[in-house]
Design a protein around this ligand. Structure first.
Ligand code: GUN
Ligand code: ZN
Length: 430
C-alpha cells in the first residue's frame, strides 16, 4: 500500500508548554513559512518549508495559520438543539429544556441524525477532540461513538448515570447504570480512537446506591476517564449537600465514592471552598472551565488561578447546550472576559495553549494530540485571520502574533476555520 502522505504549508504554530505570560515566547514555536508533514494519520515532521522533504504533494495554506486541532473538554452530545434556550438558571434549565431534549435520544434514528449534526459542528469549528456526556440511553452512546469512528476522530464520552430527580424516561438504576456502562466500555474503549468516560451526571441525579455502583465501575476501569458536574450553582450545592448529609461538602460526595483522581474531569467547579481546592489538587483531579455556559446560566466565575496556585490544572470547554458557542476560540475569548472580571489578564498565548495542548495535558493525551509533535496524531486546524470584515479591519493594525491570536479569540468562530484535518485528512464539512 502506498503511504498516505502530504505536506501542509502555512504559518505553523505549536506550543511546547504553558506560557508564563505574554512575553514568554519560548513557550511556543512559530514557523513563518512552515510545513507539517503528515503521513498515515500521524505527524511525521514539522519545520521550515525550505527544509521539508521533497517529492511529497503540498497543500498550500499560506497565509493561514496552522495549529493543533481544538479540544473541547466538556460538551453534551444530546444538547445541540437546546442551545440558546431562554430564561433559566441551572436547575430550571435542566427541567425545562435539557431533560425533555435528552428523552428523544432513546430513539437510535434520532440519535444518529443528531450525531451527524454534532460532528459537523465540531469540525466546522475546528474541534477535533471532545469529551461528551451522552444521554442515559446506550443508543445515544452507540450513535456518538459510531459517528466519531466514521470521522476517524479521537473522542471521549459516555452514557450519563442518573437514577433520580429526572423524568422517568431518563432514569436508569444502579444495576443498569453499571452493566450498561461496562458493556459500552467493552464495546468502545480503545476501539479506533474512542475513549470511554464514565459519566455520573451529578450528585443530584444519582442515589447513593448508584454512586456506589459508579465507584465500583471506576475502580474496575482505571483506563477510563470520569466526568461529572460540581458546584456550578448555589441552589445545586444546597440540594447536593441535603441529599448527602454525611458528606462534608459537594466535592466530598464524589471523594467518598472514589471518583477523584487524575482522570476525573469536574465540570464548572465554580463555588469551591479552600479545602475543596486543596483536595482537587491533592487528588490530581481537574476542574473544567465552561465560561460561556457560566455566563449564560448566571452560574458564576470560575477561578482558574486559585486552583493553579495549588498545582491543579484545569481544562476549558464549551459546555454546549448551556454554552453560547461551539467555538473553542469564542470559549477562549470568554475565558479572557472572566479573567478581566477577576482583575487578571489571560494572555492570547495561554488561551491558545489552553484550547489545544493545555486541554490535551489535562486529558492525559498530550502524547497523542494537541502538540504538533512528530509521532502524534495529525489533528490540525487552519485559521484564516482575515475571514470576516471585522477581523480584516483589525488585522490591518495588528502588529504581531499576540494581536492576531487575540483577534481570533475575540472575533473568531467557525468562519475563520479554513480547514480541519483529522488524522491527516481534510475533514471540514462543505
Ligand atoms: N449539571 C448536571 N447536568 C448538567 C447539564 O447538562 N448541563 C450543565 N451545564 N450542568 C449540569
Ligand atoms: Zn455539562
Amino acid at each position: 500500500m502506498d503511504m498516505d502522505e502530504r505536506i501542509l504549508r502555512g504559518r505553523v504554530l505549536r506550543f511546547l508548554r504553558r506560557p508564563e505570560g505574554v512575553g514568554d515566547t519560548a513557550a511556543f514555536e512559530l514557523f513563518d513559512d512552515g510545513a507539517v508533514h503528515v503521513r498515515d494519520g500521524l505527524i511525521a515532521w514539522v519545520g521550515d518549508f525550505a527544509q521539508a522533504p521533497a517529492g511529497i504533494a503540498v497543500t498550500d495554506h499560506r497565509p493561514h495559520l496552522i495549529t493543533a486541532g481544538f479540544i473541547d473538554a466538556h460538551i453534551h452530545f444530546p444538547q445541540g438543539q437546546i442551545t440558546a434556550s431562554w430564561g433559566a438558571q441551572l436547575l430550571d434549565w435542566l427541567n425545562t429544556y435539557t431533560f425533555p431534549a435528552e428523552t428523544a435520544f432513546a430513539d437510535p434514528a434520532h440519535a444518529a441524525r443528531m450525531a451527524t449534526a454534532f460532528y459537523d459542528l465540531l469540525l466546522r469549528n475546528g474541534t477535533t477532540t471532545a469529551s461528551a456526556f451522552c444521554s442515559v440511553h446506550p443508543a445515544s452512546v452507540e450513535a456518538y461513538f459510531a459517528e466519531g469512528q466514521k470521522r476517524g476522530m479521537r473522542m471521549l464520552g459516555g452514557k450519563v448515570l442518573m437514577d433520580r430527580n429526572a423524568p422517568a424516561a431518563l432514569l436508569d438504576t444502579p444495576q443498569t447504570a453499571h452493566d450498561d456502562s461496562a458493556a459500552l466500555i467493552a464495546r468502545w474503549h480503545g476501539r479506533g480512537r474512542a475513549l470511554y468516560a464514565i459519566s455520573p451526571r451529578f450528585a443530584l441525579t444519582s442515589t447513593p446506591a448508584q454512586m456506589e455502583a459508579a465507584g465500583a465501575l471506576i475502580a474496575a476501569h482505571p483506563e477510563c476517564h470520569v466526568q461529572t458536574h460540581l458546584s456550578e450553582n448555589t441552589d445545586e450545592i444546597a440540594l447536593a449537600c441535603a441529599l448527602y448529609p454525611e458528606a462534608r461538602g459537594y466535592l466530598d460526595i464524589y471523594d467518598r465514592y472514589g471518583m477523584l483522581g487524575p482522570k476525573a474531569l469536574l465540570g464548572h467547579a465554580i463555588h469551591l471552598t479552600e479545602a475543596e481546592r486543596d483536595r482537587i489538587a491533592e487528588t490530581g483531579s481537574h476542574a473544567v472551565h465552561c465560561p460561556t455556559s457560566n455566563f449564560f446560566l448566571g452560574s458564576g466565575l470560575f477561578d482558574e488561578a486559585a486552583l493553579a496556585a495549588r498545582g491543579a490544572t484545569s481544562a476549558i470547554a464549551t459546555d454546549i447546550g448551556a454554552g453560547m458557542s461551539w467555538s473553542m476560540l469564542r470559549t477562549g475569548g470568554a475565558a479572557y472576559a472572566v479573567a478581566q472580571l477577576q482583575k487578571r489578564s489571560l494572555d492570547p498565548f495561554t488561551a491558545f495553549w489552553w484550547i489545544t495542548r493545555g486541554n490535551a495535558e489535562v486529558l492525559g493525551l498530550a502524547d497523542r494530540i494537541g502538540t504538533l509533535q512528530p509521532g502524534s496524531e495529525a489533528d490540525l486546524v487552519v485559521l484564516n485571520s482575515h475571514a470576516t470584515p471585522d477581523l480584516a479591519l483589525r488585522m490591518e493594525a495588528a502588529r504581531d502574533l499576540k494581536d492576531e491570536l487575540f483577534a481570533l479569540l475575540i472575533l473568531g468562530d467557525d468562519r475563520v476555520v479554513a480547514e480541519t484535518y483529522v488524522a491527516g485528512k481534510a475533514s471540514k464539512p462543505a
